[in-house]
Each structure stands twice: as C-alpha cells, then as structure tokens.
Design a protein around this ligand. Structure first.
Ligand code: S3P
Length: 171
C-alpha cells in the first residue's frame, strides 16, 4: 500500500507524513528530499542552475520510480507534483495506492510560508505577506483542478485532526 499526500506548499505534507509513519509503522518518503539525495543538489540549486522545467522532469522521473516500486510507504509529494505531466493519473491508476489532498486555507498557508520562503523558489521573491497571499490564492485556484483529482480530500485544520481523518480513511 502506498499513501500519497498532496497539497500546496506549507500544507504539512511532510510533517503529517512523518507523523503517520510512526502511527502506521510505515516508512515515509519526502519526494523533495528524495530528489535532493538522488541529484545531490538542493531544490533551490536545481531551480537556479537547471530551471523549473528540468526540475519537473526529474520530479516526474523519481515519482515514477517510487510508484513502480513494490514497497509500502507514505509519500509526501512536492506542492507542484500533481500539476505536471499526467502525474495524478500515474498515481491514481497504480494498484494499492491511495491519494489524499490536504486542503488547507489560504491564511494558514500564508502564515506558515511567510517565514519559510527562502527554500522554496516559487515564492522566494515575495516581499510582503499581502503579495504572497494574492499569489497563493490565484495559484491554488489554478492548481485545484489537479489537487482535486485525489481520491480523498482532508480538510486540513490541525495536524492531529488530519492524522485522525487519514487513519479513519484507512480503516
Ligand atoms: C513546489 C513545492 C516544493 C518543491 C518545489 C516546487 C511547488 O515542495 O517541490 O519548490 O511548485 O509548489 P513543498 O510543497 O514540499 O514545499
């Protein structure tokens, strides 16, 4: 079984993934970290040295590599992973795979991302929370088409509640 967590940057995919990993006793893989290990570069370096298109190709390549593995694990995607190539179809058509969208409100995302912009090239250039909020609102609107292809949507208010909801989904 593979549990795939998706959602916008700052929605807590990795935090929730690592927490579920303990309660479900399943390994958790963070796709960004996996790419960084394999490429031996940070995401920030990949974007600045090779560009976003190159990153998206690598992201697809490593997603496919992981999806085709026989193992069970929790996989925290990057915020943009669902929106490129046919990544959501790849995930949803893979046997014994469950996709979950962590739907998070915009104010929560802005407050989390405001201090954590530097590692994230897509939002690193925003100088005010107001501009960041406007960008996130539009970006989520565009990305929702892909995010809502997930088999389940969790209303992601607090970490504990989201973890409980996911555990219930799996019963
Ligand atoms: C991205 C999200 C990031 C990372 C890259 C691009 C995006 O992952 O994959 O910076 O396009 O939303 P997180 O959602 O883990 O920050």
């Amino acid at each position: 079984m593979k549990i795939i967590l998706l959602g916008y940057m700052g929605s807590g995919k990795s935090t929730i993934g690592y927490s579920l990993s303990k309660s479900l006793n399943m390994p958790c893989i963070d796709l960004d970290e996996y790419i960084e290990d394999k490429e031996n570069k940070t995401i920030k370096m990949i974007f600045s040295e090779n560009g976003e298109i190159y990153f998206r190709k690598k992201e697809r390549f490593y997603l496919e590599e992981l999806i085709n593995k026989g193992d069970s694990f929790i996989l925290a995607l990057g915020g943009g992973t669902p929106c490129y190539y046919d990544n959501m179809d790849l995930i949803n058509n893979s046997p014994l795979t469950i996709s979950i969208y962590l739907k998070t409100d915009i104010d929560t995302l802005v407050s989390r991302l405001s201090d954590e912009k530097s590692k994230r090239p897509i939002i690193a250039g925003f100088t005010s929370d107001e501009l960041l909020k406007e960008f996130i609102a539009k970006h989520i609107f565009e990305r929702s088409y892909f995010y809502t292809k997930a088999q389940h949507i969790v209303n992601n208010v607090t970490l504990d509640k989201s973890i409980k909801q996911i555990e219930n989904l799996l019963k």
